[in-house]
Design a protein around this ligand. Structure first.
Ligand SMILES: N[C@@H](CCC(=O)N[C@@H](CS)C(=O)NCC(=O)O)C(=O)O
Length: 293
């Protein structure tokens, strides 16, 4: 699990914080996952919203908490945990009831979470292509210089490569945006993952069996993002039914709904894509399914 050493926490004030504090952002899929998990556990937590649009995550303060500059980050009685799936595993240990990882399925759960994490660049591609398009240089040279300069160079005592990968992504973003081939590849990666989930759901209501688990939470967030992006979930009937059942659980639909302030931007973007014949279904040669948002 990715936990920072105390010496790596440069924003020292948080070391004295008691209870659960979550640094998160509304539309961040990884934050949605952790918030849903906490709601299912019925645990109280203190929110610390981080504005990604203004690069608040690339501040001395936040990089002093998560040197990777990513949300979410959990501060639990002064200890910093990063990486959403590791945060969930930590929370499951800390608050075992209700169980969200069946004990006998822990290995499978970790494997399915790892597969979900592997698709993180793909969810970003889908978001930046089919929900909205960030400006050409969402992170200016000054912001990137800050990114390089602040925060610990190690995470959990080990030299960290994640920050360099993030910086490389943002440095080249302006030239490439999300090219057609990359968008198609990302959607195909989700289509393959959904086909696998479809098989798993053939004989059970949830991905690990009869009860909602950590794996349902994680994949629900991705299924929802793809649906909003215009992916026809009905291509996978059992998955679509599973999704509808989860949407009906108290609080789930609200958690993953597009924030009101983003709705006009997404609607404009998707109207433009439709007019240009560049929606997700057009680009990927899929049959459309009703309204995307
Ligand atoms: N593997 C990380 C990925 C975290 C991540 O990439 N978070 C995104 C939001 S979903 C972020 O903070 N992006 C920073 C930015 O947009 O500048 C995790 O699971 O926590």
């Amino acid at each position: 699990m990715v936990k920072l050493l105390e010496s790596e926490v440069r924003t020292r004030e948080i070391l004295g914080w008691q209870g659960l504090h979550l640094f998160h952002a509304p539309l961040s899929s990884c934050s949605q996952k952790v918030r849903l998990f906490l709601a299912e556990k019925g645990v109280a937590w203190q929110p610390h919203p981080v504005n990604l649009a203004t690069n608040e995550n690339i501040s001395d303060y936040y990089l002093g908490i998560n040197p990777r500059g990513l949300v979410p980050a959990l501060v639990d009685d002064g200890a910093v945990h990063i990486e959403s799936n590791d945060i969930l595993l930590h929370l499951e240990e800390r608050f075992p009831e209700p169980r969200l990882i069946p004990v006998e399925k822990r290995d499978l759960a970790e494997e399915m979470l790892a597969r979900e994490d592997d698709l993180h660049v793909d969810i970003r591609n889908v978001t930046f292509r089919f929900l909205f398009e960030p400006p050409v240089a969402p992170k200016s040279p000054e912001v990137l210089a800050r990114y390089r300069a602040f925060g610990a160079a190690t995470v959990g005592g080990e030299a960290d490569t994640h920050k360099a990968a993030e910086i490389a992504y943002w440095e080249s973003y302006g030239e490439r945006r999300v090219p057609d081939a990359e968008a198609r590849r990302s959607v195909a990666a989700f289509a393959a993952a959904f086909a696998d989930l479809e098989d798993r759901l053939a004989d059970k209501p949830c991905l690990l069996g009869g009860q909602v688990s950590i794996v349902d939470i994680a994949w629900f967030v991705y299924a929802n993002r793809l649906r909003i992006a215009g992916y026809p979930l009905a291509r996978h009937p059992a998955l679509a039914r599973w999704y509808d059942r989860l949407m009906a659980r108290p609080g789930w639909a609200d958690e993953v709904a597009l924030p009101d302030m983003l709705r006009p931007m997404v609607a404009d973007h998707q109207a433009r894509l439709e007019a240009e014949g560049r929606r997700l279904v057009d680009l990927c040669g899929l049959a459309a399914e009703g309204q995307c948002t």
